[in-house]
Design a binder for this molecule. Structure first.
Ligand SMILES: Nc1ncnc2c1ncn2[C@@H]1O[C@H](COP(=O)(O)OP(=O)(O)OP(=O)(O)O)[C@@H](O)[C@H]1O
Ligand SMILES: [Mg+2]
Length: 341
């Protein structure tokens, strides 16, 4: 197993899903960090409850693993409404969406994960549904086609996206509230870990938790995953889950002191050594590391920018002085074009 398995959102195994499920907070009170978003959601839910109506539509935006799905579940739970889950990739035709919408019970919360990947035709249907709780269903084709209006039950749409920039404006504008989830700071992550350790019955000391918190890319999902590996390491080696064990386990899994994983490192190193620190365009960078531009932009870059290794400029991505230092390199010293020539 490589570090990439540890820090990337991979296809989740059953064990992984069960593990995430067990650790998912079910109320806003249990949800650690994101104080701003929590306060905003709390107000929105309370106001709706006082007026006896469905809460406004909510868009949750941010990098993977920061709690979007968790918050969608919390919205349903806190407002005492049933939750129906769907996702953008599953909605490839307007008909797919019509089927989901027409089956909603009054007041239901509809969660659409990766909403930016929904089909265009479905997006247009969704505008109307969000605004007027109504859709037009097209029957037949060509000149004989007619549209039949269908009234829907009031519902609350919760959309999640790692790419809010990819949502068309008319769709974005129809959400009553957009929550931008930020990376968690170390104190918050230590709290996430403390909670997870106690739920899982793992004895870990504060120093050890702080060490994991500093090396999990600001992401609760990764924090929990690393905690599991530390527990395995402690178990197999018959050791306490203390600082030394954490360091040994994270070294084994190639998680460095900034929490960078293989792909993070490869992206930064490529900019440093092949493009002498940049600027380099996203497309060129993606081809150089053999990854999709989309993954680089929505998964890798946000964290590299946050830790100050990378900046985005109009001319492309540029590595910072911190990046040169972190990798122990000096400008001009890299194998500039060396490996191709
Ligand atoms: N604020 C939090 N407090 C405690 N645990 C959290 C928090 N946020 C997330 N987690 C944990 O991290 C895991 C991943 O969160 P979640 O699935 O909600 O992320 P996501 O933003 O939906 O990610 P993706 O974009 O990959 O779907 C959850 O199982 C949960 O245990
Ligand atoms: Mg999710």
């Amino acid at each position: 197993m490589t570090d990439a398995d540890l820090t990337r959102p991979t296809v989740e195994s059953e064990a992984e899903l069960a593990f995430e499920g067990a650790l998912r907070p079910t109320s806003l009170g249990e949800f650690v960090g994101q104080a701003k978003v929590r306060g905003q959601l709390e107000l929105l839910l309370k106001a709706a409850a006082m007026q006896g109506r469905s809460p406004d539509h909510i868009l949750l935006a941010g990098p993977p693993g920061l709690g979007k799905t968790t918050l969608a579940m919390i919205v349903a739970h806190e407002s005492g409404r049933p939750l129906r889950m769907s996702s953008g990739p599953a909605i490839q035709h307007a008909g797919d969406l019509a089927a989901v919408l027409s089956a909603l019970v009054p007041g239901e919360v509809l969660f659409i994960d990766e909403i930016h990947r929904m089909a265009r035709s479905a997006e247009e249907m969704l505008y109307l549904a969000m605004e007027d709780y109504r859709i037009d269903i097209m029957v037949g084709k060509g000149a004989g086609a007619t549209s039949i209006p269908l009234e829907l039950s009031p519902f609350t749409l919760v959309g999640a996206t790692t790419r809010s920039g990819m949502l068309p404006n008319p769709l974005r504008d129809r959400f009553g509230f957009t929550a931008h989830l930020e990376f968690y700071d170390e104190a918050e992550l230590a709290e996430v870990l403390r909670r997870a350790a106690s739920l899982l019955g793992i004895a870990v000391d504060g120093e050890a938790l702080a060490e994991i918190a500093g090396r999990c890319r600001g992401t609760p999902r990764i924090a929990n995953r690393l905690l599991r590996r530390v527990r395995d390491y402690a178990l197999v080696h018959g050791r306490d889950a203390d600082l030394a064990t954490v360091r040994a386990a994270l070294e084994l899994y190639d998680v460095d002191d900034l929490g960078l994983d293989r792909l993070d490192r490869e992206v930064v190193k490529t900019i440093l050594t092949r493009f002498d620190g940049g600027p380099v365009g996203l497309g060129t960078l993606a081809v150089s590391v053999g990854e999709e531009a989309d993954t680089i932009e929505s998964v890798v870059e946000p964290f590299l920018v946050r830790v100050g290794l990378l900046v985005r400029t109009p001319r492309g991505r540029v590595a910072t002085a911190t990046a040169w230092r972190h990798f122990g390199l000096a400008r001009g010293s890299g194998a500039l074009f060396g490996d191709e020539l």
